[in-house]
Design a protein around this ligand. Structure first.
Ligand code: DGY
Length: 424
């Protein structure tokens, strides 16, 4: 549908704030880390130079310790809470104090593959920063088994997933100054995290701020530390793509180091396998307990490049169970579980970016039927509801913010019929 291609392009242009893109106007008025990476994937379909620019502006916010923060506050917008005066973090640019899944590395490789001479030029500045960021993850966010830990639900990108419920229940809410949420002024509160969630989100921000944003210390001692399949798998994927880029750029020492680390990461990832769920699952670093239900993050194992013969068939069966449980795949949380909530953010809805990552992994592992189902579902959801932030897996309704950057980007790069069977 060429019409939707044009609409998607118009959304990216409208959300462009001059070198960086907001996820959607109003609800998210700043530069978010993985949203921005997906924006680059979308821009690459019609303006490769602008796509690189998106990654470059994101990299401008990198901290001296290598971390790329999850939000860059290039302004102070009264329409968003909590803003820069709450986080009080950042170096070159005011920022949040946590990171987000490093899809930017994988998307940098995708941009490079489209035009290698241009890519080699743009990576001169970018590659060392991507490398420093992945080193930071392995140094400051590695948990007891080597799986990567998130120190705030916002770091995972899956803010209110049931994966965090038990660990969040153990966070003692601090005395917080009175605050007013802004998100529920943009989107119905039935689609957003609860007040109990927000009290804890802010408690964790205050803890990190009081710890001077020393990231290693926050992982080791902070009130919330959960080994996360999203972060672990997306970082594994990033490491593979950075190794390929290192090879292409003649950075042989970096390429070798990345490959060696990848072998260790395979073992670390296996530590997230949960027999009870027959899936990879989040595990609380403090209590050792696995999460109680299956989330779409488990299905990122193929995207990571994980091919564990002991678990492959079981994981595929789990994927099929999720397919059978909802007409529109992939639900972010198991529809058979009592905590499933079809409209509440990461407690049920379908996210186009997750479909893209999971499908890509399935395609690479040769599971073409399943990959094709995810593409067809993503296409149908967007055609039926528009470029929403996420979708109800039961009735396909759009939910959250409208005119969403990453949904438009996934349309242009993969879900549109004009992409046919291409895999970029
Ligand atoms: C929000 O404000 O909901 C964001 O997801 C935090 O990163």
């Amino acid at each position: 549908m060429a019409d939707l291609d044009r609409q998607a392009e118009a959304i990216l242009r409208a959300n462009d704030r001059g070198g960086y893109t907001v996820p959607t106007a109003g609800l998210y008025p700043y530069q978010w880390n993985w949203d921005s990476a997906f924006a680059a994937l979308g821009f690459a379909e019609f303006d490769l130079d602008r796509a690189w620019r998106e990654l470059e502006t994101l990299a401008e916010g990198a901290w001296g310790n290598g971390m790329w923060p999850h939000i860059l506050f290039r302004s102070d917008d009264p329409d968003y809470f909590p803003g820069p005066s709450v986080w009080r973090a950042g170096e070159a640019i005011p920022s949040s104090g946590v990171s987000q899944p490093p899809v930017a590395a994988t998307i940098a490789r995708a941009l490079y593959e489209r035009d290698r001479p241009l890519g080699a030029e743009r990576l001169v500045g970018l590659f060392p920063k991507l490398l420093a960021w992945r080193d930071w993850f392995h140094r400051d966010r590695a948990g007891s088994t080597g799986a990567i830990v998130v120190t705030h639900p916002w770091e995972s990108g899956r803010d209110n997933s049931p994966d965090w419920d038990a660990a969040m229940a153990n966070v003692e809410v601090a005395e917080l100054p009175p605050y007013e949420r802004r998100d529920t002024g943009h989107v119905d509160q039935s689609m957003r995290p609860t007040k109990a969630d927000y009290d804890r989100y802010l408690t964790l921000v205050a803890w990190g701020r009081d710890a001077g944003w020393q990231t290693g210390r926050i992982t080791a001692e902070g009130p919330f530390a959960v080994a996360d399949p999203t972060m672990t798998f997306i970082l594994m994927r990033a490491d593979r793509d950075l190794a390929a880029l290192a090879g292409a750029l003649g950075e042989t020492a970096a390429a070798e180091r990345l490959r060696a680390d990848h072998a260790r990461a395979l073992e670390a990832a296996s530590s997230l396998w949960c027999e009870d769920l027959q899936a990879y699952a989040a595990r609380d670093e403090r209590s050792g307990a696995f999460a109680e239900g299956i989330t779409s993050a488990a299905l990122l194992a193929w995207y990571a490049g994980l091919r564990d013969p002991a678990h492959e068939a079981a994981l595929l069966a789990t994927l099929h169970a999720l397919f059978d449980a909802a007409p529109h795949a992939l639900p972010s949380f198991d529809p058979r579980h009592p905590k499933f909530d079809a409209k509440r953010y990461w407690r049920g809805p379908v996210w186009a970016i997750v479909n893209w990552m999971v499908a890509r992994g399935l395609h690479e592992a040769g599971h073409e039927t399943e990959a094709a189902r995810l593409r067809a579902d993503t296409r149908r959801l967007i055609e039926g509801a528009g470029f929403y932030e996420y979708f109800d897996p039961r009735d396909g309704a759009g939910a959250g913010g409208p005119d969403f950057t990453w949904t438009a980007a996934i349309w242009l790069a993969w879900a549109s019929p004009s992409k046919n069977e291409e895999w970029n």
